[in-house]
Design a protein around this ligand. Structure first.
Ligand code: COA
Length: 305
């Protein structure tokens, strides 16, 4: 049986997803969106998300527009202490996702981040408008919130894999690999004492998983995969974070895996998590034949130096 994870500790270890609302001056649309979205997440009971806002051309320290403050108050949201800031390169962290007010803002961001990390609300600037214009703008912003949650899988759940998940995992296997695991082989793997398998679910749909074995403190990843339509949204990163936390909490020495040499996306993912190239296995893969890179993350680095 896999030891149970202490979830509160886990929440502190996994990097929280950041949602950054972006407009031009960071005084009207994006601060309203920031305040209103924070309240929305609270109401939906979605935790583990940091919400902020920024402008493409903001004057640092500007207050939010008076009508923006006034309208947010009508929604029981206080943005009176908001101060404008410009988007900087520090915002482009791997766990950051951006909600732009228009396509023009998106075009600026696209130079720095993949498109999968950008959501466009299509909301015009209410600047200089009266309070009704701001109210309409706020309502338009709020009407996008459910789509933002879906787009970035906010409220994603990661749990140890259960028998009821096997069918869903086998489907992902089929769509991702040329020699996929069958339902039977996944069930057999899962029964093993050393199995450490986690599943990512969004709205009850299985969208990714990671499977590993902890053999006397040496953790070997058998597989990791995410449904194609959910990629580049940080799902694999969250799954890996869980496995790393699980392994550390069991005092494991290292986590190791094989990856096709040509799988640059997966290699970039492992790089980001501190996996180092530890060797190469010739013709490890079939269909098509290819060498595997062995990549290892040392959990007790000082032991290995
Ligand atoms: N191209 C370039 N970099 C990529 C990438 C890609 N296709 N996919 C992931 N990365 C890197 C990026 O650095 C990314 O950060 P960024 O989006 O901020 O640039 C980082 O990894 C985290 O990506 P994440 O969103 O957590 O990964 P994912 O949920 O899209 O899942 C895989 C990544 C590899 C698991 C997924 O593409 C997949 O299921 N592939 C098919 C199965 C497979 O190849 N598994 C690996 C077996 S060894």
């Amino acid at each position: 049986m896999m030891p149970t994870l202490e979830k509160r500790g886990m929440m502190q270890r996994v990097k929280m997803k950041k949602i950054i609302f972006v407009c031009t001056g960071n005084t009207c649309r994006s601060p309203m969106a920031e305040g209103l979205f924070r309240k929305y997440l609270e109401e939906q009971n979605i935790n583990g998300v940091l919400v902020s806002s920024a402008g493409i051309h903001a004057f640092f320290g500007d207050n939010a527009a008076e009508n923006a403050v006034r309208v947010c108050k009508q929604f029981h949201v206080d943005i009176s202490s908001h101060r404008a800031r410009t988007l900087t390169s520090y915002d482009f962290e791997p766990n950051a996702f951006f909600c732009c007010m228009t396509n023009a803002h998106k075009e600026v961001l696209r130079k720095y981040i993949p498109e999968s990390k950008i959501f466009v609300l299509n909301v015009d600037d209410p600047f200089m408008g009266d309070v009704n214009v701001y109210r309409q703008c706020a309502e338009q912003i709020c009407s996008c919130f459910a789509d933002i949650v879906s787009c970035f899988c906010l409220g994603l759940k990661i749990n140890p894999m259960a028998e009821t998940d096997i069918k869903g995992i086998a489907e992902i296997e089929k769509s991702c690999f040329t020699s996929p695991w069958s339902e039977k082989s996944i069930a057999e793997e899962l029964k093993k004492e050393q199995a450490r398998f986690f599943v990512a679910k969004f709205n009850e749909e299985i969208i990714g998983y990671i499977g590993a074995n902890n053999v006397l403190g040496e953790v070997y990843v058998a597989n990791i995969a995410v449904k194609e339509s959910f990629r580049r949204k940080g799902i694999a990163s969250e799954l890996l974070s869980w496995l790393i936390y699980q392994s550390e909490s069991e005092n494991a020495d290292f986590i190791s895996l094989e990856v096709r040499k040509s799988n640059s996306g997966a290699i970039a993912l492992y790089d980001q998590f501190g996996f180092e190239k530890a060797g190469e296995r010739k013709n490890f893969y079939t269909a098509p034949a290819e060498n595997a890179l062995i990549m290892t993350k040392y959990l007790k680095k000082d032991l290995w130096e």
